[in-house]
Design a protein around this ligand. Structure first.
Ligand SMILES: Cc1cc2nc3c(=O)[nH]c(=O)nc-3n(C[C@H](O)[C@H](O)[C@H](O)COP(=O)(O)OP(=O)(O)OC[C@H]3O[C@@H](n4cnc5c(N)ncnc54)[C@H](O)[C@@H]3O)c2cc1C
Ligand code: FES
Ligand code: FES
Length: 1342
């Protein structure tokens, strides 16, 4: 084998230390390099596509043009290390640590309770840190912008933002300041004297305790790099990898020479387009040219007629340059720049804008591009350069369509982009609509420009350009041509829409789907443009002449305004602890998450942060590409021959049981869905394993039937389990006596857990006695242990599962980790070597399944006054191909369906459909969030029919007195009613309802909606044995205490709460205590940490253990009451008193008899209510969340900061379920949405502008630990208040437009759903397709 040619040394700095990489591989990303080579594991992998921000670090570079150091955030997963020559990288470990000095950003995010699982935290910290390196006192807008590219699935963002706000110009970190009163005016300034309104606290942290930001403490830019930058080496640097060579020339001349020599080699700037494309298409470019050191590409020239921006400028720099131009030039000259600026604010997140270059953006020609349509209409020109010289080509549709005659020649590069100034009587606008407002690729984007004959309304020139409606950006030339000379008036508008729909046509099967929505946007955007120009015209002409132009009535002006991005404000209220409670007793206080500081410094170790074990191998899974097929053959030969490949694990290698008969770990003979695991490659490295899976050849023979949708499953009678049914009263008789009956349908889409830490496991076989150590990210280690045991056919006692912490679970890590653990264990046993299995985000989303999609039919009978007399609901959930938790989900769904309402005659039926999709599983709320949407939709249907408001119907039918549920469990609704009334009161609901109506009367294109939703959520499992829990507490001879219990730390703060319990019981400060991990060796036979019950039951077990220990110590304490804890422990040891105790809790009584339809299935209920107000844009379907007020009954919260965090986080997750999170499947059952680009979980900009959460005061429950309640799941359903506020707004629009309601409810209420529901002249104009005539791009499965 020939040696690769010698590479140059790659020199850069990481956290102030010089790195010299002698064999830099261009295919290695900074993320991998940090994690594997430098063992800096604070920077996390969560998506690998630049879409989540978990891998954010700061890069500092000397900018030769400005001669300044530029600090900017980037996503390390997309940065090739070779691009870092001469750069300084700062990671979360580089800015502070617990042992040295915490950086204020780290301290504040932790102490403000901005971390739950902590997996997103290092990325958040680095985004904020970079912001502060550039702006010591940033504005709130800058803070929102900086965090817009960082996703968090746990917190709901509010506390993260709150921590960042403490650095802002006008800090509002002390929550009370926003209400005009400061906590410090009301009492002392330490944490024990939090502000009070009677006994209500509103502060969860004390800003004054934070250490100040001291910029002199920051790492300086390495002088060596500065010297290197000032005396740049002009010679070309070359880095040879195994497959790719990276060439970085020092001069433009060299670059052009290289481009001439390697015309096929792409230029790499930000790698944000090239990188993801190479990954998804598996494409390798043998040579990559990096122009990073060529200053000519970063030049900016301002001339009297326009602006020339270097192709190498980042989009963030372009934004600053344009902002400067806009501030310097008269408005008429900056129309195009303003339009570009508008889109640059929402294009991706800050990190991508920092990385992506203008040249890369233009040349990538993405069909969804936000900027290209504006550059096209703005008549931008591309300045090209090659060895031959320079030339200009227009940035037009021909170029964007890639026509050879209008394209760059292979040896040419783009040097800069010229964007001319606009002129008087010229108007340029930009439009875009995406699934959510920020950090989401547009469904349709548009640039529009018109020049009118001077001082007239006659069209002189018109250009309209659209993105997202074809394979490339499309110009509507013919339409524009035909409109020249027409006056800018209504008939022109009408004609323009007709022409546009003809010219910008989309076939029904168009990739990306949402075809009718996109068609509607094409004309809706033009209508907006039409109004905008009219408005501008009115400003330009003299008042006396303005009658020339059509009048826009005030009612229609609302079409013009975009929704601004504003940071959420709000107050969090909770009951303070009793004034007699000892200061040392932490129960009921907002104690910071135990791992908060470790999350913030990157020191918290997650599964994949565990260093490589000796001889470790990497495993990658091979999955089915067919939805239902017979496996004819599996050819592993080519894969096995690849370098580094050690083995391929198939079902034949399993020594014990291969899962269940109908739910196999590894497929045998037949596959039941795309994404089913067939085999697994084991190789020396992850790269080798990933390359090998491409070489495995599996042949299939398709089998019938193939079922994806609930409808098809019903037709084929394809179900996973028998129907579950509950009934009370006499429903048939009741229907005969009611005034009215409505029937309707509800469709609720599925939901991806999108825990930030994907599924991962490390299995280490030991040399002796077939023992195995398993480190796994799971909610249920005992289940992993049991499954591995049966798979390997070895006793459970040889297997130890360890869970230090989990980067989010939400139900998705209850069942599946056992599958991954077992397959990895087979690999470990077969090879005799440790195995690491870390799922890519794409694989995780493809394989693991999520929340069950639901289809429900209802028939509701009611009196004209809104009293519901009979309700019949039949619902079906899409369970996927195996049973998993589908039967229990159906049961819970049926049990909880009545929600807060007493309806005498009820029939609830539910079934789980078997389809050829990956098996759906447990997900926060377990059926309740989907099912109860049907019940609440019935309420809105009844309200519509009675001409009453939904809240009146809700109140009228709510439980009022002590009563029995449909399954005959007695309960008192007193707290439910209190929550409802408090919510009405705190949200000023009734006065705001009037304001909403007033607004709606005055605005045609924007509508507001408001909704208040009550909630009765039952906690726990419907079986007593599932509530048992155990704990093990050791006291060591130095007095320190080690607590272990059966719960897993998923971010919900269970370990913090357990130490609070232990602290109260042992009357000992928390500082004496420690929790190391959850392990099956210390607490055996545990139950999954799920069903909101983890802290309750484990808390009881910890309490029991501590009480046993204290009882043993009592005689010693009595004998020496003045002694210290250490004295007592020493004495106990001397007296041979055991200092270790097991605590046990037998479980709450819970049972259900499905035969009789009766039981006490749940230990207790959590009550709550939420009110949300939104505003929708009827023309685009976008919405803005104006305000949410939540009242939640936590009883005596163990830790209000944690519990409020659970309420906020689950509410935002619920809001995602009901508004933006949409899974898309191909007609062949392939999941398209496999990453943050296609699947939109809420971002920081989606949080309601005002977000208030109150824990209901003075509420108690005798049953639970210290009268607290478990709040893990309940908030999820309250997210539906946003959904119903949106439907309220849509209903207002429909009423005005005389659209008759069809009682078909679809969730999520995406912009597409909202736009198409607000039917108007534009939706009527669009061509509709006969669904029978084409195969759609995607299919609805609910
Ligand atoms: C997470 C994420 C979110 C995004 N969101 C949005 C969004 O909301 N809206 C939107 O419009 N876009 C979005 N994008 C796309 C983004 O704008 C483009 O990926 C980016 O602008 C490409 O620039 P780059 O410097 O990274 O290009 P690279 O990936 O480095 O290069 C891309 C291509 O351009 C060529 N090239 C680059 N420079 C030159 C040059 N000077 N001369 C000749 N050829 C050149 C390269 O050869 C290569 O083929 C998103 C991307 C990501 C990863
Ligand atoms: S892992 Fe890099 S952005 Fe998600
Ligand atoms: S704390 Fe943000 S993802 Fe868990």
């Amino acid at each position: 084998m020939s040696c690769p040619p010698k590479s140059d040394d790659l020199v850069f700095f990481v956290n102030g230390r010089k790195v010299i990489e002698r064999n830099a591989d261009p295919e290695v990303t900074l993320l991998n390099f940090l994690r594997k080579n430098l063992r800096l594991t604070g920077t996390k992998y969560a998506c690998g596509r630049g879409g989540c921000g978990a891998c954010t670090v700061m890069v500092s570079k000397h900018d030769p043009v400005s001669a300044k150091i530029r600090h900017f955030s980037i996503t390390a997963c997309l940065v090739p290390i070779c691009s870092l020559y001469g750069a300084a990288v700062t990671t979360v470990e580089g800015i502070g640590s617990i042992n040295t000095r915490l950086h204020p950003v780290q301290e504040r995010i932790a102490r403000s309770h901005g971390t739950q699982c902590g997996f997103c935290t290092p990325g958040m910290v680095m985004s904020m840190y970079t912001l502060l390196r550039n702006h010591l006192q940033p504005s709130e807008e800058q803070l929102m912008e900086a965090l817009g590219g960082n996703l968090c699935r746990c917190t709901g963002y509010r506390p993260i933002l709150e921590s960042g706000r403490t650095f802002c110009v006008e800090s509002t970190g002390c929550q009370k300041k926003r209400t005009g009163k400061c906590c410090l005016d009301l009492g002392g300034n330490d944490s024990s004297s939090l502000s009070r309104e009677s006994d209500i606290c509103t502060d969860l942290f004390v800003e004054e305790e934070f250490q100040p930001l001291d910029p002199t403490q920051e790492l300086i830019f390495p002088p060596e790099l500065l010297r290197m930058a000032k005396n740049p080496e002009k010679q070309t640097l070359t880095f040879h990898g195994e497959r790719v060579t990276w060439i970085s020339p020092g001069t433009l001349k060299d670059l052009l020479e290289l481009k001439a020599k390697h015309p096929e080699a792409p230029l790499v700037l930000g790698n944000t387009s090239l990188g993801p494309a190479m990954k998804s298409q598996g494409r390798v470019h043998p040579i990559l040219l990096s122009p990073a050191r060529i200053s000519e590409l970063s030049m900016v020239f301002k001339t009297s007629d326009g602006l020339t921006i270097g192709a190498g400028c980042s989009l963030a720099q372009v934004k600053d340059i344009l902002a400067e131009q806009v501030s310097e030039l008269p408005e008429e000259k900056t129309q195009t720049y303003r339009a570009l600026l508008k889109h640059l604010k929402s294009l991706a997140g800050q990190q991508i804008r920092n990385m992506a270059s203008l040249g890369g953006h233009v040349i990538s020609r993405h069909c969804y591009s936000d900027l290209n349509p504006i550059l096209v209409v703005g008549n931008a020109t591309l300045n090209l350069i090659s060895e031959e010289g320079t030339r200009q080509i227009p940035l037009n549709d021909h170029f964007l369509a890639g026509l050879a005659s209008a394209d760059l020649k292979p040896e040419e590069i783009l040097e800069s982009v010229y964007i001319p100034h606009s002129q008087k009587w010229e108007f340029v606008s930009a439009f875009r609509q995406a699934q959510c407002q920020q950090n989401a690729l547009a469904d349709v984007s548009a640039g529009m420009r018109v020049i009118l004959e001077e001082a007239t309304d006659t069209i002189k020139e018109l250009s309209l350009s659209y993105g997202g409606v074809g394979e490339a950006t499309i110009g509507a030339h013919k339409s524009c041509q035909q409109l020249i000379g027409r006056p800018w008036n209504e008939p022109m508008l009408e004609e323009a829409c007709r022409l546009l729909l003809e010219e910008v046509s989309l076939p029904g099967w168009a990739p990306g789907g949402r075809v009718e929505f996109k068609r509607t946007l094409v004309v809706s955007f033009f209508f907006k443009f039409y109004l905008e120009v009219l408005q501008e015209l009115k400003k330009l002409v003299k008042v006396s002449d303005s009658h020339h132009y059509p009048e826009i009535s005030d009612k229609f002006l609302s079409a013009l305004e975009d929704f601004p991005v504003t940071g959420p404000q709000g107050v969090q209220r909770y009951q303070s602890v009793d004034s007699h409670q000892s200061l040392q007793d932490p129960v009921g206080r907002p104690i910071m998450h135990l791992s908060g500081l470790k999350h913030a410094t990157g020191e918290a170790i997650f599964c994949d942060d565990i260093p490589m074990v000796d001889r470790e191998l990497f495993m990658v899974l091979v999955t089915s590409t067919k939805a239902h097929a017979k496996i004819i053959s599996i050819d592993l030969s080519e894969a096995l021959e690849l370098p580094g490949v050690v083995d391929v694990i198939t079902a034949e290698d399993i020594p014990g049981t291969n899962g269940a008969e109908d739910d196999k770990l590894l497929a045998v003979d037949e596959v039941l869905c795309v994404g089913q695991i067939i085999c697994a490659v084991v190789a020396e490295t992850d790269v080798q394993a990933k390359r090998a899976i491409e070489k495995i050849k599996i042949t299939y023979k398709d089998l019938e039937p193939i079922i994806f949708t609930i409808n098809d499953a019903i037709k084929h009678n394809s179900f996973l389990c028998p129907e579950k049914k509950l009934e009370q009263g006499n429903i048939e008789e009741a229907f005969e006596k009611v005034d009215q009956i409505v029937e309707g349908e509800v469709h609720v889409g599925g939901q991806e857990h999108f825990y930030m830490e994907t599924q991962r496991v490390i299995v280490i076989p030991k040399a002796e006695d077939k023992e195995l150590d398993i480190y796994v990210s799971t909610q249920d280690p005992a289940h992993v242990q049991k499954t591995v045991s049966s798979t390997l056919n070895i006793p459970i006692n040889r297997i130890t599962c360890h869970v230090k912490r989990v980067g989010g679970g939400f139900g998705g890590k209850v069942g599946r980790p056992a599958v991954f653990g077992a397959i990895a264990a087979v690999g470990a046993i077969k090879t005799g070597r440790p195995i690491r299995l870390v799922l890519d985000r794409e694989d995780d989303m493809l394989i693991t399944g999520g929340r069950h999609p639901l289809f429900g039919k209802y028939k509701v009978g009611f009196m004209n006054n809104g009293r519901i007399k009979a309700l019949d609901i039949e619902c079906f959930i899409n369970g996927g191909c195996t049973l998993d938790d589908s039967e229990q989900v159906t049961e819970f769904l049926i049990l909880k369906l009545e929600n807060a309402y007493k309806i005498r005659n009820l029939r609830f039926r539910g079934r789980a459909c078997m389809t050829n999709l990956p098996s759906n599983t447990a997900f926060r709320g377990f059926g309740f969030p989907q099912g109860t949407l049907i019940t609440e939709s019935c309420i809105t249907a009844v309200a519509a029919k009675c001409g009453l408001l939904p809240e009146e119907i809700r109140e009228k039918n709510m439980y009022k007195t002590v009563d029995k549920t449909i399954y005959k469990q007695a309960f008192s609704p007193e707290t439910l009613i209190r929550c409802w009334n408090e919510c009405l009161d705190k949200s000023s609901f009734h006065s705001r309802r009037i304001q909403v109506e007033e607004f709606n009367k005055k605005n045609y294109w924007k509508k507001k909606g408001i909704a208040i939703i009550p909630m009765k959520f039952s906690v726990g499992f419907a079986a007593t044995s599932y509530h048992q829990a155990a704990a093990l507490v050791h006291i060591y001879t130095d007095g320190s205490v080690l607590v272990t219990h059966g719960g897993n730390e998923l971010g919900q703060g269970i370990h913090t709460k357990m130490l609070q319990v232990a602290s109260r019981e042992l009357k000992l400060p928390m500082s004496y205590m420690h929790i190391c991990e959850t392990s099956t060796a210390t607490v055996p036979n545990t139950i999954a940490t799920a069903a909101s019950i983890g802290s309750d039951v484990n808390g009881k077990a910890v309490q029991n253990a501590c009480q046993i220990l204290l009882k043993r110590l009592e005689p010693i304490i009595k004998k020496n009451p003045g002694g210290t804890w250490e004295d007592w422990i020493e004495a106990a040891f001397e007296q041979r008193i055991s200092l270790s105790a097991t605590g046990y809790f037998r479980g709450y009584k819970a049972d259900m008899d499905w035969e009789k339809g009766e039981g006490d299935p749940f230990p207790y209920y959590v009550y709550g209510a939420a009110c949300s107000e939104v505003e929708i844009d009827c023309l685009t379907g976008a919405h803005k969340k104006i305000r949410t007020d939540i009242i939640m009954d936590a009883c005596c919260s163990l830790n209000p900061a944690i519990d409020i965090g659970q309420v906020e986080g689950s509410f935002i997750q619920g809001m995602g379920l009901y508004t933006t999170e949409e899974l898309k499947y191909s007609p062949e059952g392939v999941l398209y949405s496999r990453g943050p680009d296609e699947y939109k979980i809420p971002t920081i900009t989606d949080v309601p502008e005002e977000f208030n959460v109150s824990l209901l005061p003075s509420s108690r429950t005798p049953l639970t630990i210290y009268s607290s309640k478990g709040l893990g799941e309940s908030g999820m359903f309250l997210g539906s208040s946003v959904f119903f506020a949106i439907t309220d707004a849509v209903a207002a629009a429909c009423k005005e437009r005389d659209i008759v309601e069809d009682f078909i409810v679809k969730s999520p209420a995406t912009p597409e759903q909202v736009r198409m529901a607000c039917a108007d002249r534009f939706t009527e104009m669009i061509p509709r397709d006969d669904p029978k005539t084409f195969k759609p791009w995607s299919i609805p499965i609910a």
